[in-house]
Design a protein around this ligand. Sequence first.
Ligand code: NAD
Length: 480
Amino acid sequence: MSKQVQAPNFYNTVENFFAKAAPYTGLDAGLLHQIKVCNSIYAIQFPVEITNKQTGKQEVKVIEAYRVQHSHHRLPTKGGIRYAPDVDQHEVMALATLMSYKCAIVHVPFGGAKGGVKINPKDFTEEELERITRRYTYELVRRNFIGPSIDVPAPDYGTGGREMAWIYDTYRTLRENEIDAAGCVTGKPVALYGIQGRTEATGRGVFYGLREACDNAEDMKRLKLKPGLGGKTMIIQGMGNVGSYSGTICQDEGGVKVIGVGEWDGAIYLESGIDVNKLLKVKQETGSITNYPGAKVFPKEDTNKILEMPCDILVPAALENQIHEGNAKNIKAKIIAEAANGPITSEAEEVLLKKGILIIPDVYLNAGGVTVSYFEWLKNLSHMRFGRMEKRFNQTSQERMLHVIEELTGRKIDPDLLRKVARGADEVDLVRSGLEETMARSYNFVNDFRQRHGIDMRTAAFAYAIKLIGDDYTSLGIFP
Ligand code: NAD
């Protein structure tokens, strides 16, 4: 970002979006205030022993960390844990707030929360990261800020299944009689009470959401694009969990052509198309996406210029405040798909909307992660894999039906075809189907609200979510 432009605090951006949406909710000022504020904020500083890389000596390092529960209208609260050097209280508050709206939009019965640990994971060994994660979890347990019925973390920027496994193990050690302990955190490895399809879930949700948006003929006509996701060009910023799955799934299942990719150490652009699967291999083998053969390379200091290259769909999938007052006017994409949380500041959004760009907001588009986390939590509470009871039963019923058809028609069905058709669903099939249904249904709810009020998609998504949370409070009443 250029030095002269001071990006607004991420939390202010969320407050501005809230203020813009509030008039469309019909809720009174007091209730709106209650929905807006963060209900509980836990700020922690704890020590860990680390090895000084220069001297090789053990030393104490104080770690700053947070857990914020934005809304208790539904319990447990839910939201990822971020490990990043820029974490601060306001960032975690903003992310927790978005989680409440996100859960409401996809009809997942949780309040919103978020955690943050102010570290750059690259500065620590795996053993040190484990110590930090376990100590952070201990602090959450101590203050009752974690538990299957209280608050359930998940992965976010800088964390993944490995960290979730450490959190679960620490929790169950401290709460040994808790039969539902595995439900204290989601995004766990599949072998450790996780669920098939969780790692890809946010990216897959981005794909389903984008597909819905591109099937909207009216919007596509306005943008002078053909309806449908297939054939559209895409630029992605960030090739981590969300960016890589968004890219591979949109490419392999949606027929999208990825022409640009940005990372922290540089960006690449190739008009004839980048094979995202090959790119991920290059990144893994050489350590950088910039080694992808044949592409124009933007050096580290210019990596964000990739956001300004022409394309149909721009997918920010890294961090917040990436499109701001300083670069909004240069954005040439027709659609911005917010895979990351808060990539556009509220000032930038006004510029982009005036340019006619369609913004598919984070609170809807990246809700695939929390949706599948909800499925994982349900699996943990039921102590059984999805599909275990009915898979064989469904398969046998379908086989019987096909045999009846054979008898009635006197024609034999090819055994290969029979095997393909008569098939019970595995866990991953059910997860993907539940996610697809959720993203399609929620798109329609938000889009209906948008059309009814003649407003932009983010304002509609916020207003729709705030209204649902308001309805909860109205039914619950205020204690005491
Ligand atoms: P991640 O850590 O797996 O990946 C982030 C990637 O962005 C990394 O590869 C990193 O190198 C890259 N990056 C950092 N700075 C960059 C820059 N300036 N330019 C380009 N790339 C840069 O994180 P993630 O889990 O994929 O999260 C990404 C975003 O998606 C965050 O905003 C997060 O809050 C949001 N999100 C994540 C999930 C989830 O399930 N993981 C769910 C919803 C939303």
